[in-house]
Design a protein around this ligand. Structure first.
Ligand code: DP6
Length: 321
C-alpha cells in the first residue's frame, strides 16, 4: 500500500481569498489558475499497520502531528477507501516552501493522488477534488493541468480544466525576491481579511463578474484582455490584504520594482502581465515565444534573486511504482 505522485503549484489569474462560514474549507469565491510546469512537488505515501497516527515529513523534516489539515484529508481518504490504516507521507518541493509559491496546492494535490493510488481509489473519482480542497482551497486546481476553473456549486465546489497545455503556449516567469517563508499564512490572512477589511464585501461583490469575463478571455485566447483583468483582480486582492487589520503587506520593495518593470515592458510592446499571491514573488505571464526576453529583463531588476521560467504544466499524476 504505497505510491508516489508529482504535482505542480498553480498561480491564480482570478484569485481565491476568503472562505464561506461553513466547515470543509469552502472558498467564498471561485478562481481561475495556471498550472506551472517549472516547479515540482513529489510525494510518497506508505500505509503501515504499525502506525497509530499519520507522519508527515516535509523536505525531510517531520511536521507537528496536530496539523489538522493533514489529518482531516487523510481521514477523508480513509473513509472513502474503507481503510483504517495510518501512513507515512514524505513530500519534497524543488522550490521555496511557504513563500507564496503555492506549495500547499501542489502538496495536497500530490498527496491525494498518491494516496488514492495506494488505496485503490479511482483517480477520476470527483470526491478527490473535495478531499484535496480540505487540505488547501487552491489544491484542487493542481489536480488538473493547463488553465483550470474552480467554481462554487451549491454546498461544494467543481473544478475542471478549460485549456490544455497544448492549446495555448503560455509561460510563467517567477521572479524570486526572497526565499524566506511568509509570516502570515494564507489561511490565517484571508480569515482576518473577512473579519476586518472594509473592502472585503466589495471583493465578494465584484468577483463573479471578473471570473466570468476572465474565463471567456481564456477560452478566446485574448491575451491582452486577460492581462488587464488579471492584474486588476490581483491588485484588488492585495488592496483587501493591505486594508486588513493588522495589515497584510506581502510585498517587498523589489516586488514593486518588478511590477514597474513589467509595466514598462508591456508599454514597449512586449506581451506580459503580472500576478502576485500571498508573498513577495512576482509571476510574469507571457506567450512562450517571449519568455526568454521577459526572463532576461526580470533577472536584471535589482532585488530579484533569481527567476524560474516554465510553460503550462500537467495535472497531478502517479510516478514510479
Ligand atoms: C493568495 O489555498 O493556500 O494564493 O485554503 O487556507 O489552504 P487555504 O488557502 P490557500 O490560498 C491561496 C490564496 C492565494 C490566491 C489563490 O491561489 O487563488
Amino acid at each position: 500500500m504505497r505510491a508516489a505522485a508529482v504535482a505542480h503549484p498553480n498561480v491564480a489569474l482570478i484569485k481565491y481569498w476568503g472562505k464561506r462560514e461553513a466547515s470543509g474549507n469552502l472558498p467564498a469565491v471561485g478562481s481561475l489558475s495556471m498550472t506551472l510546469s517549472a516547479l515540482v512537488t513529489e510525494t510518497a505515501i506508505e500505509f503501515d499497520e504499525s502506525l497509530d497516527h499519520d507522519v508527515l515529513l516535509l523536505n525531510g523534516v517531520e511536521q507537528p502531528a496536530e496539523d489538522g489539515r493533514l489529518v482531516a484529508c487523510m481521514d477523508a481518504l480513509r473513509e472513502l477507501a474503507g481503510c483504517d490504516l495510518h501512513a507515512t507521507v514524505e513530500s519534497e518541493n524543488d522550490f521555496p516552501t511557504g513563500a507564496g509559491l503555492a506549495s500547499s496546492a501542489s502538496g495536497y494535490a500530490a498527496l491525494v493522488t498518491a494516496a488514492a493510488a495506494a488505496l485503490g481509489i479511482d483517480a477520476r473519482d470527483p470526491r478527490l477534488i473535495d478531499i484535496a480542497r480540505i487540505g488547501s482551497g487552491s489544491a484542487p486546481r493542481s489536480l488538473f493541468g493547463g488553465i483550470v476553473l474552480l467554481e462554487n456549486d451549491g454546498d461544494g465546489t467543481v473544478c475542471e480544466q478549460i485549456i490544455t497545455p497544448e492549446e495555448w503556449a503560455l509561460s510563467v516567469v517567477v521572479a524570486i525576491t526572497t526565499e524566506a517563508p511568509k509570516t502570515v499564512t494564507s489561511r490565517d490572512g484571508m480569515e482576518q481579511s473577512r473579519l476586518t477589511s472594509p473592502y472585503y464585501a466589495a471583493w465578494l461583490d465584484t468577483h463573479a463578474h471578473d471570473l466570468c469575463q476572465a474565463t471567456g478571455y481564456v477560452r478566446d485566447r485574448d491575451f491582452f484582455a486577460l492581462a488587464e483583468l488579471a492584474e486588476h483582480n490581483c491588485l484588488k486582492m492585495h488592496s483587501v490584504m493591505m486594508t486588513t487589520r493588522p495589515p497584510l503587506m506581502y510585498w517587498s520593495p523589489s516586488t514593486l520594482a518588478v511590477l514597474r518593470r513589467i509595466g514598462e515592458l508591456r508599454a514597449d510592446g512586449l506581451p506580459v502581465f503580472f500576478t502576485i499571491d500571498a508573498g513577495p514573488q512576482v509571476k510574469a505571464v507571457c506567450p512562450t515565444e517571449v519568455a526568454d526576453d521577459v526572463t532576461a529583463a526580470l533577472d536584471a531588476v535589482p532585488g530579484v534573486l533569481r527567476t524560474i521560467a516554465g510553460e503550462l504544466g500537467y495535472g497531478a499524476r502517479v510516478v514510479g511504482d
